[in-house]
Ligand binder design. Structure first.
Ligand code: NAD
Length: 284
């Protein structure tokens, strides 16, 4: 028996997910993207089995619908999806980097009796678009699922079974917890990376040579500042509360660093670096 999976949004994540899911020969993968060029490339490269003419057509016969569009578009499409014709047994999911606003946007569908399970494959790249899609992107990376409060455990098992071929590490989390943790490990570091690059750019005016010295460490630390600004605008807006909290913590940390420097306190400075090194060296 075949199973129809529709992927809405055929960029880095949607394309990579389609490639990974194609390891299961029982899945028929339909794709839709508002960019016909992306959908066409996905079809020509054999990443999807067919291109749907519209998002509604993609949803109609699907057993699974996965939104892999930017988070603001995911919220909008989930709200619109309440009026779409879908199988009553369908499982709807997404790949967005925020979960609380997306779970809220899915509330209308959930109230209609449609199963929605939020998803966030925690692997990616600063590259975007279908041309960057690779089938092994999710291997050994956490793939977070955020089921609705009253969701049926069997549906969660069905979703996990579908995703097994991604070879990701499936983890079930509460949406609020997810947003709090991703603010620390992903969203806030993006703000810091971009701010370091903006600082370099502003200081380059007086010292044109400084950009040439921005090698090794600076490049490692700021690689993620090359990610898509629109995607990060949307994520930042949706996870604003957690990010303001992280920013307050960061400012307080920077105040103590400033105090240590002003007081020329080498022991405290060494302790600061020691603590970070110890923790960093023991990260999995
Ligand atoms: P991307 O820019 O590579 O792809 C997004 C695709 O969605 C594009 O092809 C675009 O044309 C399409 N699209 C946009 N709006 C649409 C709409 N209304 N209808 C149909 N198609 C639409 O982005 P991506 O990196 O694949 O990110 C997709 C999602 O996955 C985002 O929600 C992002 O938060 C999440 N995510 C990204 C990463 C990463 O590192 N890039 C990692 C994990 C999760």
């Amino acid at each position: 028996m075949t199973t129809n999976v529709s992927i809405i949004g055929l960029g880095l994540i949607g394309g990579s997910l389609a490639l990974a899911l194609k390891r299961n020969p029982e899945l028929i993968i339909t794709g839709f993207d508002r960019s016909y060029k992306s959908a066409d490339e996905a079809y020509r490269r054999g990443i999807i089995d067919s291109v749907a003419p519209s998002v509604k057509a993609a949803a109609k016969e699907a057993d699974y619908i996965i939104f892999a569009v930017p988070v603001a578009a995911t919220v909008q499409l989930l709200q619109e999806a309440v009026t779409w014709d879908m199988k009553s047994s369908v499982i709807v999911s997404d790949t967005g980097s925020t979960k609380k606003p997306i779970m809220s946007a899915a509330q209308g569908l959930i109230e209609k009796g449609i199963t929605f399970i939020g998803g966030h494959p925690m692997a990616g790249s600063h590259k975007s678009g279908i041309s960057a899609a690779i089938g092994h992107l999710f291997e050994n990376a956490y793939y977070v699922l955020t089921p609705a409060e009253n969701g049926h455990p069997d549906d969660l098992e069905r979703m996990k079974t579908l995703l097994t071929v991604t070879r990701g590490k499936l983890a079930v989390l509460d949406a609020a917890e997810h947003d709090q943790m991703t603010a620390v490990v992903s969203h806030f570091p993006h703000i810091i990376a971009s701010s370091l690059v903006n600082m370099l750019s502003s200081q380059e005016q007086g010292q044109p040579f400084v950009r040439r010295l921005a090698a090794g460490g600076f490049r490692d630390l700021t690689r993620i500042a090359s990610a898509d600004p629109v995607m990060w605008r949307d994520i930042t807006v949706q996870n604003k509360e957690q990010l303001v909290d992280q920013l307050d913590r960061w400012l307080s940390e920077m105040h103590s660093v400033r105090k240590m420097l002003n007081e020329s306190d080498p022991d405290s400075i060494q302790q600061f670096f020691d603590d970070a090194k110890h923790f960093r060296d023991n990260l999995p």
